[in-house]
Design a protein around this ligand. Structure first.
Ligand code: CP
Length: 329
């Protein structure tokens, strides 16, 4: 296959994620992976929670490996947990400071890559506002170098989806009888797309999306979800609620009359949450906007597992890195 020369003409070739033995070479999207692949990531992460819980949070598994974080877009949780994950596996982890890098002097993404390859890198972790950017890099790196997608445009955020699946499995034990509702801005959400694929691959009982028509992609049902526009209706019988931020940085035009009206209709409050099952868990990938998509009482309430998601992100990212760099893990 000829490598694409720009992100814009990159095809989402999911097959390049695994080698002939079915082992992970890259982690670019949930699509194209099997239930066995996802379960292996969850089971491996389960083993790593033992490391993250002890006083010396380090194992020598990736000693001598070099991991480079390439974040072309802002991040708090993903970048820091990838860095911690790499360090806890004893890899050398570098964060390219994009704002002060030679990309500001006109160096192309491909030339930046070639230079980082020349530093004997083993793995690139990439966040970029261009959908397809991680695929583009994976299709252009030297054989043997892994690429992990840390969020590309509104396409995919697979490690976020896996840490969400890990949180759900930890709290609810099994996916099969679960009803999961994702509320809010599905249209601009790479997280929602990855979560929907992961939940369906792992056999969740029912996946719902709840939001105004303007924030749901056309033909969203084709992803394997039931659509609700009324929040209280959509919450009935739900075991897991995932709340999404309004991703204004990806909105071109007016999608909502006002944030106040959005909060009235779709903002999750304690009262509205009573329509879900009493043992419902409330999740959010972060960053949260209090008073916009959820009330503080819900964000900090007894049903919230939002900060557990962040903690589990370290073990899940350790699992993905080690499965790519040490396939026998
Ligand atoms: N969930 C998430 O991707 O958060 P950051 O943008 O802070 O990495």
């Amino acid at each position: 296959m000829k490598a694409p020369v720009s992100i814009r003409n990159t095809a989402y070739n999911e097959n390049i994620q695994v080698n002939a033995n079915g082992e992970l070479k890259h982690f670019l999207s949930i699509e194209g992976l099997s239930c066995d692949h996802l379960t292996k990531i969850l089971d491996t992460a389960e083993n790593f929670t033992g490391v993250t819980d002890r006083s010396v949070k380090k194992v020598p598994l990736l000693r001598g490996k070099t991991i480079i974080n390439l974040f072309f877009e802002a991040s708090t949780r993903t970048r820091t947990t990838f860095e911690l994950a790499g360090r806890r596996l004893s890899a050398d982890v570098l964060n390219l400071d994009i704002a002060n890098s030679a990309t500001k002097k006109g160096e192309t993404l491909l030339d930046t890559l070639r230079n980082l390859e020349a530093m004997q890198s083993d793995l690139f972790v990439v966040r970029h506002d261009g959908s397809g950017s991680a695929h583009f890099i994976a299709q252009n790196v030297r054989p043997g170098i892994g690429v992990i997608n840390a969020g590309d445009g509104k396409h995919s955020h697979p490690t976020q989806a896996m840490l969400d699946m890990f949180t759900i499995r930890r709290c609810k034990k099994s996916f099969h009888s679960l009803c999961v509702a994702i509320i809010g801005d599905i249209e601009h959400s790479r997280v929602a797309r990855s979560q929907i694929h992961a939940l369906n691959i792992l056999g969740a009982g029912e996946v719902r999306v709840i939001g105004p028509k303007t924030l749901l992609p056309t033909s969203v049902e084709a992803l394997g979800v039931h659509v609700y526009h009324d929040l209280k209706e959509g919450l009935k019988g739900v075991d897991v609620v995932i709340v999404l931020r309004l991703q204004k940085e990806r909105m071109q035009g007016a999608f909502l009359p006002s944030e106040r009206e959005y909060f009235q209709l779709y903002g999750l409050t304690e009262d509205k949450l009573k329509h879900a099952n009493s043992d419902v868990i409330v999740m959010h990938p972060g960053p949260i906007n209090r008073g916009v998509e959820l009330d503080s009482a819900v964000a900090d309430g007894a049903n919230s597992v939002i900060l557990q998601q962040v903690s589990y992100g370290i073990a899940v990212r350790m699992a993905v890195m080690s499965l790519i760099l040490q396939p026998g893990t």
